[in-house]
Ligand binder design. Structure first.
Ligand code: HEM
Length: 381
């Protein structure tokens, strides 16, 4: 018994961590509307990223980032390595679901206007996360080194080359030369398993710290003091900065109200996320079993395929580039990204100029439908 106590003391001295701190950190009150998955959808890409990282590390044991060997090593994983096909399929499907989940999360944040003050910076970190997620998709697809993915990389790097001012430099940096060649695969590999995961983890840390510092947005009906998710989800306001006028009694009343509108992170929200995580694991397993990742023909840099297809999440951009001249298409895409990045400030200017007119909401609807139409259009070609 004495030994156990001595060990406990030794451990406490060596690792002076206060468990109460953990309790305090995890006792953040969560607004009631986050009981619905749609509002708490940000947790889904987080979970899928963990799956991606775990399966990706195991795949890296077998993958060879050399143009002469890459395709064969993926074939080896798929046909020879025990459960290799399953790992590869889970990695592939969770990548698709992660992109989908991030997009849905952006839609939910946009249409609940949760990017408004004081969360502008967190929205911008979010745009960084979106770019990194798409970067994972682009570089990962090219690693297989099959004909379609090789040529998608050629088109992708040509798009980078058409960027005004820095295009040449950027494309040379990504390709490691004037064309997609031997150096390119190594660079995509380093980006995919080193640079992007590091940036992702850093951005995620900043994203989550900001969520923790601000708390999650409570939704309020316009002009009302009480939140009303059912009536309107478009107007958002932070809970904590609301300082009620009217002294101690009003402050207590406000505190009571916040308590009524919230539930504890641990264990309630934790369980919600756990159920979502288990359901996703089930879904991924089913997808991997029914639609396992397959392989196309190996890359042939000398033969341009009749139809070049990027991954579905680049369909809209691809269609847009086909409709316009390449240069105009690239500049248009950059303008769109700029608008997305600075959206909280653009929205503020729109609200000031046309108060109560929901201009941002309708612009969001147009943007979303445009993306959907271009994606379906490209998918049908
Ligand atoms: C890997 C990608 C991402 C992860 C893992 C992630 C994770 C999260 C989580 C867990 C939340 C808490 C609320 C919720 O669960 O929905 C959240 C909130 C938020 N996210 Fe993300 N996010 C990601 C990408 C993005 C993107 C792309 C944007 C915007 C462009 C964004 C903007 C925001 C904002 C503004 C909030 C605060 C919402 C509120 O207060 O209601 N996030 N995110």
């Amino acid at each position: 018994m004495q030994r156990v106590a001595a060990f406990k003391q030794w451990f406490a001295d060596s690792f002076p961590f206060d468990p109460n701190l953990l309790k305090e950190i995890s006792s953040e009150p969560i607004p009631n509307h986050l009981k619905r998955w749609w509002y708490a959808i940000g947790g889904t890409p987080l979970y899928l990223f963990v799956i991606q990282a775990t399966t990706g590390i195991i795949l890296t044991f077998y993958y060879v980032p050399d143009p002469a060997e890459a395709y064969n090593s993926v074939m080896h994983i798929t046909t020879q390595v025990r459960f290799g096909w399953f790992l590869r399929s889970i990695h592939k499907w969770s990548a698709h679901l992660m992109v989908m989940a991030v997009m849905l999360h952006v839609i939910r944040v946009f249409f609940t206007a949760a990017y408004r003050k004081p969360r502008e910076l967190n929205w911008m970190f979010g745009v960084g996360l979106l770019m990194v997620t798409l970067g994972f998709g682009f570089t990962g697809y090219s690693l297989i080194y099959e004909q379609i993915s090789y040529w998608a990389a050629v088109v992708g790097t040509n798009v980078a080359e058409a960027t005004p001012l820095v295009g040449g430099l950027l494309a040379d940096f990504i390709r490691g030369g004037p064309e997609v060649g031997d150096n390119t695969l190594t660079r995509f590999f380093v980006l995919h398993i080193g640079v992007l995961p590091t940036v992702m983890v850093l951005l995620l840390a900043m994203h989550v710290v900001q969520i923790r510092l601000h708390g999650v947005t409570h939704l309020r009906h316009e002009g009302e003091d009480t939140p009303s998710v059912e009536l309107s989800v478009r107007v958002s306001a932070p809970v904590s900065p609301v300082r009620p006028q009217g002294g101690e009694a009003a402050a207590v009343q406000e505190e009571e109200r916040v308590k009524e509108e919230s539930y504890p992170f641990f264990p309630d929200h934790f369980y919600t996320e756990l159920i979502v995580g288990l359901s996703l694991t089930f879904l991924l397993t089913i997808l991997a079993l029914i639609y396992p990742a397959h392989m196309g023909d190996p890359a042939n840099p000398l033969v341009t395929p009749e139809h070049i297809k990027p991954e579905w999440f680049f369909y809209a951009t691809f269609r847009w580039l086909k409709l316009t001249s390449f240069q105009v298409g690239v500049v248009g895409t950059m303008v769109f990204l700029g608008i997305l990045l600075f959206w909280p400030f653009i929205d503020r200017a729109l609200v000031r100029r046309w108060p109560g007119r929901d201009v941002s909401f309708w612009l969001g609807v147009i943007g979303f439908l445009g993306f959907l139409i271009f994606t379906v259009w490209e998918a049908m070609v």
